[in-house]
Design a protein around this ligand. Structure first.
Ligand code: IVH
Length: 682
C-alpha cells in the first residue's frame, strides 16, 4: 500500500476505521447481515494493520486487530488454575464483621484496626484472564476452584476486555474478576428469548453464566457481557489491594468504582449502609460488600483456611421478603435418609428469582411455625440460600389443612426414626432405600466429587433401574461388564453408541482423583468439601487415611487423638467419621474403589520445604508471631501441628517458659529448636 495514501490521514481516520470494522463485525457475526462483501472487508482490515504498524502509538487497546473472529468449539477443555480460586466466608451482620476483624487482630497480635478495602460483591460469574508478553492467551472459568473450563475464545468476544496490553504492563499477568450482564440487557435478553420460544433466565447471574459458557462464541458476543476485575496476580505489582485496583484500571481493565478504604468499623458501616440503599439504582446486581485486608503483606501472613482466605469476608445484604401461598407439602428423602418436608409455593418473584419451593427443614419447624397447607406465608431469601418460610399470615388463614408427617419413608416404605438429640427424621433403610442410594450416587459424581460429565440425575436413575449401577463402585466396572452382555446400553432408547462412549470416556478420566475429592464423594455425614480438604491435608494419602480409620474405635489410640486434634473438626464430625468407617460395607466399598482408581496424594504447597510432612509441637510463648500464625505458617509449609509430644514428633519449637513438653521431648530425644531456628527452617 502506498505511503502517500495516508499522507492526509490523522488519528481521526484511524478511529473511524476501527468503528467501521466493528460495525462490519457486528453485521457479519451477530446480525448475520453483512453489508460489505468479503473482499472489501479484507481491505479495511489490511488498512488497519498498515496504519497500526506505521503509527504504533495510535493503536487502541480494543482495536479489532487484537480480536479474532468468532469460533464454534465442540467442547470446553479443562484448564488448571495457577493458584486456587478461593471463595469467601459470609457475614450477615456487623457483629459478624467485628468478629472477623477481631480474629485477624488476634492472629496478628495487633490492637489497631487493619485497613480494609471495601468492594461491592458483584453477583455474576467469576473468571480468570491470563496475559503473557502483553497479550491475552487464556481464559478460565472458576470450575471447582482448582480446575476450570477453558473459555479463551469466549473472553475474546467480550468487547471491554483488552486483548493486548501496553508495554508498561507486567510480562506475565493474571487478572480475576466477575462477568455480569446489566439489569437492562438481562430484561431485553429474556424478552427476545421469550419471543423466540427459548429458555428464560431466572436472574442476571444465570444469564451471564449461560452466555459465557457457549461453544458458539457468536452467542456470547451477542449478549453484551461486562466485567469488573477484583484481583491481580503478577510479580511485585502493588503493595496493597486498593493500589492494585487503581493500577489495573490504568492498564485498561474495568474495575468497580465504588471501591473504598475503611479505617474503622463505623466507616465500614456507613459505606455498607449507603451502598445498600443505592444498590437498586445500580445498573448491575450486587449481593453484598467484600471487605479485604488492604495490605498484601498482611494478606500473605493471614493465609487461608480450607477454601476461604482469613483476610476477606463477604458482608451480605439482608434477605428479600415476599408473601405467597403454600399449595402443598411434599417429602424429599436425601442421601443420608433424612426426610425433608418441602413447601410447594405459588411461584413468586423474589428479588429477581422465581421461587416455587422452600425448605421446611423438619417436622418441628412446621409445628413451631404453625404452618398449614393453604396458608399465606412470608418467605425470605438471602443470596444463594434456598428460600425460607419465616412466618404464616394468620389473619388470612382460610380452609387450610394440617400436614401429617409420614411414619414411613415415602420412597421405600421402611420405618422412619428420630435419633436422640436430632430433630431430623430418617429412613432406616440406609443401604436399600432407592432415594438414599440415588442421593449418594448423585453426590459421588457431582462437581465437588468425581465430576463425571454425562452421568447426572436422569442417567443415574436409569442405570439404577436397569440394575446396571447399584453402588459407586459399579460406575467403574460398567464398561467391562457391558462387554459380557447381549443387552447393550447403547440399544436402549436415548443412549446411542456415541453417548455411551462419551460416558465411558468421562468415567475413565475421572478415575484419577485427588484425596480431598475422593473423601468428599464418599458422602460421609457432616463431611462436606471443607472438612474433606482438612482431612486430606492432614492424612495426605489414602493409605494413611485408611490406616488411621482402622484404629479409630479405641479412644485412647494415637489415631483417635490425631483425628481429634485436627483444627476445624468438631465432635459431631468425628462421631460421623468413626461411624462411617466402622461399617464393614463402607470399608469394603472404599477398598474396592481404590482398586479402580488412582487417588492422588494431597499436595501441600511447599514441596521443597524442609519441614514438609514433619510433625511439630509448639510450647511456651512465642515472641515474633502468635501461636495461631505460627501454626498456620507451619501448615502452609507442609508440617502437621500436634498438641502433644509423642515418639512421632519431629520438632518441638520451644518458646519462653517451656515446661513439661520440653522435658518430655528431651527424654524422647526429639529435635528441640528455638523460635529463631524454626523461622530459619521455614
Ligand atoms: S474476592 C479470595 N471480590 O464472590 C477472594 N470476590 O464467594 C476471592 N465476587 O468467587 C474473591 N465480587 O466470584 C472478590 N469484589 C469481589 C467480588 C468477588 C464478586 C465473587 C467471586 C467469588 C465469590 C466469593
Amino acid at each position: 500500500m502506498a505511503d502517500n495514501l495516508f499522507s492526509s490521514t490523522d488519528k481521526q481516520y484511524y478511529d473511524n476505521l476501527i468503528k467501521k470494522i466493528k460495525l462490519c463485525d457486528k453485521q457479519y457475526y451477530i446480525d448475520d447481515n453483512p453489508e460489505l462483501n468479503d473482499a472489501d472487508y479484507d481491505k479495511l482490515r489490511q488498512e488497519l494493520t498498515y496504519i497500526e504498524n506505521k503509527y504504533p502509538k495510535w493503536k487502541s487497546i480494543d482495536s479489532p486487530s487484537a480480536k479474532v473472529g468468532y469460533t464454534v468449539q465442540d467442547q470446553f477443555k479443562k484448564a488448571n488454575h495457577s493458584k486456587a480460586m478461593l471463595s469467601l466466608a459470609n457475614a450477615f451482620s456487623i457483629k459478624d464483621v467485628a468478629e472477623f476483624v477481631n480474629k485477624i487482630q488476634k492472629f496478628l497480635n495487633i490492637n489497631e484496626f487493619p485497613k480494609l478495602c471495601v468492594e461491592p460483591k458483584i453477583d455474576g460469574v467469576s473468571f480468570v484472564a491470563k496475559y503473557k508478553n502483553h497479550e491475552f492467551y487464556q481464559g478460565i472459568t472458576r470450575g471447582d476452584g482448582k480446575i476450570g473450563e477453558d473459555i479463551t475464545e469466549n473472553l475474546k468476544v467480550i468487547s471491554a476486555l483488552p486483548m493486548k496490553l501496553t508495554k508498561n504492563a507486567p510480562q506475565e499477568l493474571e487478572v480475576r474478576g466477575e462477568i455480569f450482564i446489566s439489569k437492562e440487557d438481562f430484561a431485553t435478553l429474556n424478552k427476545t428469548q421469550e419471543e423466540n420460544g427459548n429458555k428464560i433466565f431466572a436472574n442476571p447471574r444465570n444469564a451471564a453464566a449461560g452466555s459465557l459458557r457457549q461453544l458458539d462464541t457468536k452467542v456470547t458476543a451477542n449478549r453484551n457481557l461486562q466485567y469488573f476485575i477484583y484481583s491481580v496476580i503478577a510479580d511485585n505489582f502493588a503493595v496493597d489491594q486498593f493500589l492494585a485496583l487503581e493500577k489495573i484500571r490504568n492498564l485498561g481493565f474495568n474495575t468497580n468504582l465504588h471501591s473504598k478504604l475503611a479505617c474503622n468499623i463505623s466507616q465500614l458501616q456507613s459505606i455498607f449502609k449507603s451502598i445498600s440503599e443505592e444498590r437498586f439504582a445500580l445498573p448491575y446486581d450486587i449481593d453484598g460488600m467484600v471487605y479485604k485486608i488492604n495490605d498484601f503483606n498482611l494478606q500473605d501472613r493471614l493465609g487461608e483456611i480450607a477454601r476461604s482466605p482469613r483476610w476477606a469476608i463477604a458482608h451480605k445484604f439482608p434477605a428479600e421478603e415476599a408473601k405467597t401461598k403454600l399449595e402443598d407439602i411434599i417429602i424429599q428423602v436425601g442421601r443420608t435418609g433424612i426426610l425433608t418436608p418441602v413447601a410447594i409455593l405459588t411461584p413468586i418473584n423474589l428479588g429477581g428469582v422465581i421461587v416455587s419451593k422452600a425448605s421446611l427443614h423438619n417436622e418441628d419447624e412446621i409445628k413451631r411455625k404453625d404452618i398449614q397447607i393453604g396458608d399465606i406465608v412470608n418467605i425470605k431469601r438471602a443470596g444463594d440460600v434456598i428460600p425460607k418460610i419465616t412466618s404464616v399470615d394468620l389473619s388470612r388463614r382460610k380452609n387450610t389443612k394440617l400436614f401429617i408427617f409420614p411414619n414411613n419413608c415415602p420412597v421405600c416404605k421402611s420405618k422412619v426414626i428420630k435419633e436422640e438429640e436430632e430433630v431430623a427424621v430418617r429412613c432406616i433403610a440406609e443401604y436399600s432405600c432407592k432415594a438414599q442410594i440415588l442421593g449418594k450416587l448423585r453426590h459421588f459424581v457431582s462437581i465437588g466429587g468425581f465430576n463425571v460429565e454425562g452421568l447426572r440425575d436422569k442417567q443415574i436413575e436409569f442405570l439404577y433401574d436397569k440394575n446396571l449401577i447399584k453402588s459407586s463402585y459399579d460406575i467403574f466396572t460398567l464398561e467391562i461388564r457391558q462387554n459380557d452382555t447381549a443387552l447393550k446400553l447403547e440399544n436402549y432408547p436415548g443412549w446411542g453408541k456415541l453417548s455411551v462412549n462419551k460416558l465411558y470416556k468421562s468415567i475413565n478420566s475421572s478415575r484419577n482423583i485427588t484425596l480431598d475429592k475422593f473423601i468428599y464423594a464418599l458422602a460421609i455425614k457432616h463431611v462436606g468439601s471443607n472438612v474433606s480438604t482438612l482431612l486430606a491435608k492432614h492424612y495426605t494419602s489414602i493409605n494413611k487415611l485408611l490406616t488411621a480409620t482402622n484404629n479409630l474405635k479405641d479412644k485412647d489410640s494415637a489415631a483417635y487423638l490425631e483425628l481429634v486434634n485436627i483444627d476445624g473438626i468438631g465432635n459431631k464430625i468425628i462421631a460421623a467419621i468413626i461411624k462411617y468407617f466402622s461399617i464393614e460395607d463402607n470399608m469394603i466399598l472404599v477398598k474396592n474403589l481404590t482398586t479402580e482408581l488412582t487417588i492422588n496424594n494431597y499436595i501441600i504447597s511447599n514441596i521443597n520445604s524442609k519441614i514438609n510432612g514433619k510433625i511439630v509441637v509448639f510450647t511456651g510463648s512465642l515472641s515474633k508471631t502468635t501461636r495461631l500464625e505460627a501454626k498456620a505458617k507451619a501448615e502452609k509449609a507442609g508440617a502437621k501441628v500436634a498438641s502433644s509430644i509423642s515418639s512421632k514428633t519431629d520438632y518441638l519449637v520451644a518458646g519462653e517458659g517451656s515446661g513439661s513438653k520440653l522435658s518430655k521431648a528431651k527424654k524422647l530425644n526429639i529435635n528441640i529448636v528455638t523460635e529463631e531456628e524454626w523461622q530459619n527452617l521455614l
